[in-house]
Design a protein around this ligand. Sequence first.
Ligand SMILES: NC(=O)C1=CN([C@@H]2O[C@H](COP(=O)(O)OP(=O)(O)OC[C@H]3O[C@@H](n4cnc5c(N)ncnc54)[C@H](OP(=O)(O)O)[C@@H]3O)[C@@H](O)[C@H]2O)C=CC1
Ligand SMILES: O=C(CO)COP(=O)(O)O
Length: 320
Amino acid sequence: MSIAVIGAGAFGAALAITWAEAGHDVTLWGRNADTMSTMQKTREIPRLSDAVLPQNITCSASLDTVFAHDIIALALPAQAMRPFLETHKNALTGKSLIACCKGIDLTTMTGPVTTIRQIVPSANAAMLTGPSFAADIANGLPTALTLATPDDTIGANLQSLLATPTLRVYRTTDTIGAELGGALKNVMAIACGVAIGAGLGDSARAALMTRGFSEMLTLADRLGADRATLGGLSGFGDLVLTCTSTQSRNFRFGQSLAGATDFDKTTTVEGAATAKSVTKLAKTLDLDLPICTVVADLIDEKTDVSGALEALMARPLKEE
Ligand SMILES: NC(=O)C1=CN([C@@H]2O[C@H](COP(=O)(O)OP(=O)(O)OC[C@H]3O[C@@H](n4cnc5c(N)ncnc54)[C@H](OP(=O)(O)O)[C@@H]3O)[C@@H](O)[C@H]2O)C=CC1
Ligand SMILES: O=C(CO)COP(=O)(O)O
């Protein structure tokens, strides 16, 4: 089969590599023609050092080449996906579109599958999500992800197409659960990065992960998602990975918010925008999501680490 990947950053390139190594012909699209031409020649990836692009990946900045494919993975940052879809919706009619981003759109407060379904209703909308660092996938380390799509027959077809010897793919029809898990775990990773960066210790991190998971379930319950999805790879699995590894950009961003490290502001940090969208969504739904709220406040500099700590520790005592 042939697959197109939109977005030649770390994750798009890593997916392109595993799919190409499994025998698919892959077109990897990036918006910068010079960069793509260099990648085509050198087979190197600017955002993923040490990885090499197999010969059956074609690097291109031509969208016409991409739109010739029926299966298109969207590996753009979450906030860039809606504008991209709006601009190109006519060319995407009837395609299988697999979002590979994690986040809640700031303008509409929707997750990736919902966003695709709103803008390109004729497409088979899906999402590939779960615990996986791009470098691990690119290096052929064993990884397991969840493919979420509303139609299980389409899901089963995409699942067998996208799985590779090193990338095991599970599937679910609970797209809202998958959207929430992938988005919210990044907010919790920022919170954990702050805690570790501020020297608050591993016990504080465990408390944040657990109470953060509780916030994920609160939102999932209200939006009609299945709790089991949140307990799976796309929720709990990714929460564990991202909250415990300095490989995570969201975690490292949290450390920098605590003043522990420097941080390159051009780095993709999905949890920063998502903290704001989720806080907005929580207000609309009249839900109490204290960790999401303090993360949004820290990012907006409405509070500092000691204010955030007090806001969480001084809350009224309650049943777990
Ligand atoms: N990296 C990882 O380990 C993983 C990432 N993900 C998810 O994948 C998604 C993408 O992240 P990742 O690849 O890591 O990010 P990167 O920062 O490595 O790459 C993002 C890519 O998107 C491109 N891009 C950004 N905005 C636009 C736009 N408006 N139009 C076209 N292209 C654009 C960038 O292009 P340019 O270079 O020109 O700026 C860049 O190539 C995120 O949602 C992330 O959560 C999921 C699992 C693992
Ligand atoms: O989503 C990821 C791992 O599953 C990547 O996390 P970061 O975006 O925090 O690096």
